[in-house]
Design a binder for this molecule. Structure first.
Ligand code: AQP
Length: 330
């Protein structure tokens, strides 16, 4: 029997190269080998304030990006999280076996709360942001997922899903498959173009933080031109030069060339030429994807999402029925 994988992206802004190289591209490569479920995690997205009209557009946009990137609806299932109510239902039940300490220690929660973790600051944070990892556990456990392809930043969340699966199984009898993280070394963490100490992110305030997947060639050139560099002018692949290292990693992933080889090609050429060539390679890399994106209609996307929902609903219903019975609900 094929193993099941599950992953998702939040429709919380404009998707960027980090999402593509760290997540979606790997899913495309995995879909032949695994029974694959890819979700648009809109329930997660509202843990940060979203404009309802924009959220609606972004849900369709993310689904279109999945299809344009090569997620094949014949091989994989794509769906919208909020359209399967069992995600939220299971989350509530898992909520009752999760310790708040397990949630407060999450690095992503701490990052999102910000530097000032005073009691007052913590009390003003929406509960959804704290409980986010429980919903993620519900997403995974609902479908007895074996492997969860994620970026390194999500490992702590998978660990919680594993803990909750074991805890529920111990308390109520064997119910959930204990999932494993599937972290691919490549593309693990693309850093912000404006700050190599923080990951490239949809919600970073500056657009110069990221290359968005639908950026025009001019926007890509401008963003790479403005990308921060390190002191000095050498192009070396080293931890001492985190900004250039990040640019070399991007260059390497999109051209399938070792970053040290790229660094040696540009050794004496200076940042300007390096950045021009990098921008050109990104434009070339994104061009077929963008073409496909613009050719995909909303009607096609909506049809695939409907198919996905229909395929998964019966699995989710069956699992939640089992869970409720074990808990003692009538
Ligand atoms: N910078 C990154 N490098 C590599 N992988 C990344 N991912 C995100 N950023 C990078 C991976 O993309 C998948 C989907 O991410 P998400 O939508 O769940 O949200 P996120 O991880 O919080 O990504 P963002 O872009 O930073 O979104 P916001 O700003 O909305 O929170 C995940 O597999 C993630 O690892």
């Amino acid at each position: 029997m094929q193993k099941t994988i599950f992953s998702g992206v939040q429709p919380s802004g404009n998707l960027h190269l980090g999402n593509y190289l760290g997540a979606i591209r790997n899913w495309v490569a995995m879909q032949k080998k695994y029974s694959s479920i890819f979700c648009i995690v809109d329930l997660h997205a509202i843990t940060a304030p979203q404009d309802p009209k924009q959220l609606k557009e972004k849900i369709i946009e993310v689904a279109k990006i999945y299809l344009a990137a090569g997620i094949d609806p014949e091989e994989s299932t794509i769906f919208v999280q909020s359209q399967i109510p069992q995600h939220a239902e299971l989350m509530w039940i898992l909520n009752t076996i999760t310790k708040t300490g397990e949630l407060y220690k999450m690095t992503q929660f701490k990052d999102k709360v910000g530097a000032s973790k005073t009691k007052e600051n913590l009390l003003s944070v929406d509960a959804g942001l704290l409980n986010y990892p429980i919903l993620m556990a519900a997403d995974i456990l609902l479908y007895d997922v074996h492997l969860v392809p994620v970026g390194e930043d999500q490992l702590q969340h998978i660990e919680l899903a594993r803990t909750l699966a074991r805890r529920f199984n111990d308390r109520f009898g064997e119910t959930f498959t204990v999932p494993e993280p599937y972290v691919l070394k490549e593309g693990m963490r693309i850093m912000g173009l404006d700050n190599p100490a923080k990951k490239m992110s949809k919600s970073a305030p500056s657009k110069y933080n990221r290359i968005e997947l639908l950026d025009s060639p001019d926007e890509i050139r401008e963003k790479i031109r403005k990308a921060v560099t390190d002191s000095g002018s050498a192009i070396e692949y080293s931890d001492e030069q985190p900004a250039i290292k990040n640019l070399l990693n991007i260059f390497s992933l999109i051209t399938n060339t070792h970053p040290k080889k790229i660094a040696s090609n540009f050794e004496d050429q200076g940042y300007k030429k390096f950045k021009e060539d990098l921008a050109g390679s990104i434009i070339e890399f994104l061009s077929p994807f963008q073409k496909k994106y613009h050719e995909t209609s909303d009607a096609e996307v909506l049809m695939q999402l409907k198919n996905g929902k229909e395929k998964l609903l019966s699995i989710a219903e069956k699992k939640i029925k089992e869970v409720k019975k074990k808990v003692g609900f009538i």
